[in-house]
Write a new protein. Structure first.
Length: 240
């Protein structure tokens, strides 16, 4: 069974989570604060970590940073209140796998833990490919420190299910970065469409993205599927 470290300063929360995780066939281990969690991670291995954001002394963000220094790959799931969403997003940027809001719905939490472990195992299996992939990306983008930082971000977000916004001046390689993220993701076998909305007239942008029916406007002599619909239908076609 997989070991899950629960880090929360509230004893009742730790107990409740431990009871539920045992029901889901996990082995729960408890830490009452960030310092204790860090020591446990130094001396033990865990398949996933549940980490509260608001704690005395070392908060969740500080604890996450220290844990990642010890074990860069262990998946960390942030447990946060609705008022702490911005902090949870910051944690994702620092390498957390996902976040769950309080009070956690146990079926969803168990599923998130399992997915984090699956991603962790898959990441270990393909770790030997990372160097080759990074070298390949360096060949495309370059080898400066700034580019290496971007490559690391590309490789990190490619494993997630989060939407990604890429910003930059014209000609800086935004579409190339988007293609790289797609190629490294679990959706790599699905269609990828790059659309330059800048060249689409404002009056036609809605039609191009969402499509239109015959007669929707002057000159619309036939129905047309938009980019979103075509992408969805292509996804449907390639399902086994």
């Amino acid at each position: 069974m997989n070991k899950v470290l629960i880090v929360d300063d509230d004893r009742s929360v730790r107990y409740a989570l431990s009871v539920e995780l045992k029901k889901c066939n996990f082995i729960p281990v408890e830490a009452a604060n960030g310092a204790q969690a860090i020591e446990l991670v130094k001396n033990n291995s865990y398949d996933s970590i549940l980490l509260d954001v608001i704690m005395p002394d070392l908060d969740g963000i500080q604890t996450l940073q220290e844990i990642k220094k010890i074990d860069q790959n262990v998946p960390v799931i942030i447990i946060t209140g609705y008022s702490d969403i911005s902090t949870a997003v910051e944690a994702i940027k620092l390498g957390a796998y996902d976040f769950i809001t309080k009070p956690p719905e146990m079926n969803k939490l168990a599923l998130t833990i399992r997915r984090s472990i699956e991603a962790f195992e898959l990441q270990k299996e393909v770790k030997h490919l990372d160097t080759a992939m990074e070298t390949s990306l360096e060949w495309i983008f370059g080898k400066s420190d700034a580019i290496k930082s971007i490559i690391r971000q590309i490789m990190q977000v490619a494993w997630s299910d989060f939407s990604v916004i890429i910003q930059g001046e014209t000609g800086t390689g935004k579409s190339v970065a988007a293609q790289a993220i797609h190629n490294l993701s679990k959706r790599a076998q699905k269609p990828f469409q790059a659309i330059d909305v800048g060249i689409i007239p404002e009056t036609l942008i809605e039609s191009e993205l969402f499509g239109h029916e015959k007669g929707a406007y002057t000159g619309a002599d036939k129905s047309k599927k938009g980019f979103f619909d075509r992408s969805f239908r292509d996804n449907q076609k390639i399902k086994p």
